[in-house]
Design a protein around this ligand. Sequence first.
Ligand code: CP
Length: 333
Amino acid sequence: MSLSRFLDLADLPRDEILDLLVLAERLQLHPEPAALAGKILGLVFLNPSLRTLASFQAGMARLGGNSFVITPGQGTWALETRLGVRMDGGAAEHIREGLPVLASYCDALGIRAFADGKDLAADLDEANFKAMAALVDKPLINLESAVNHPCQALADWKTLDDLAVAPRSRFVLSWVPHPRALPLAVPAAALHMAALRGHEVVVARPEGYALPSAIMDKARAAARISGGSVTETDDRAAAFAGAQVVYAKEWGSTSYYGDADADARLRADLGHWQVNERAFAPAASDCRLMHCLPVRRNVAVADEVLDGPRSVVLREAHNRLVVQMAVLHRLLA
Ligand code: CP
């Protein structure tokens, strides 16, 4: 099997995802330091990163290839992404020229472009990412878009496999506090991944933070394929009852999408949604704590959890490298 684009786990048949995980394991046990010799990966980061940036560069190098990184506006021209605008502001170059030029220098391109966070319908439709993807005639990797983060989802799936977490077990996606509204990409991707892996998935979130129906419906469709289930509740203690995995994640209010002030007023009273050791009382005794990182300590998750035996956040982050090497191998080898 070869891949031409890695944009959404939902684009792949479940068996192909399992094949990618087998390949990731193989590359971990039997490195192939020349598999991508002579190949070049371009990485465009319209938003900050630590893990995605470093793990893709490291993965490409470990497979014998090379990479370059563009962070528009930081040593390179700022890129305009809006269509039809008069470019008399700070951006010197438009993506309509910039992205095809960059694609012409490499064998595959990765793009990170977060949600605008203003228009929920446009973000759910991945309007910006689709416009960029249409400009790239090379294998393309989604490094996190408005409502998707397939590399994180694949790493999280591998983490669950590594830990032998049973697919039918209870997986809670739990909203946690953050000083400001964050995008829906990771919660949407984690929810879909857990549903497709076959978990009994419960989304625990306060009123005002329900995930959009398009995201819930996509996860429910995945659950139908795998035999899992997807429900939601604002009763966190009930959600945690018997949980084997708690995936903590911050996201912005969907009731007040794009309204930072209203979101801030709503979240001002939600500090008790922080995940601390007490919250795990109804969960399985060996319940794991997952988070994609970066995490705000003692805002989203308490030190006692992050530094304790439940936390698998470092394994998740390391698995980014492992699974992305498999993706690069499929795209380029
Ligand atoms: N989880 C994740 O994507 O991390 P970065 O934002 O640091 O890349």
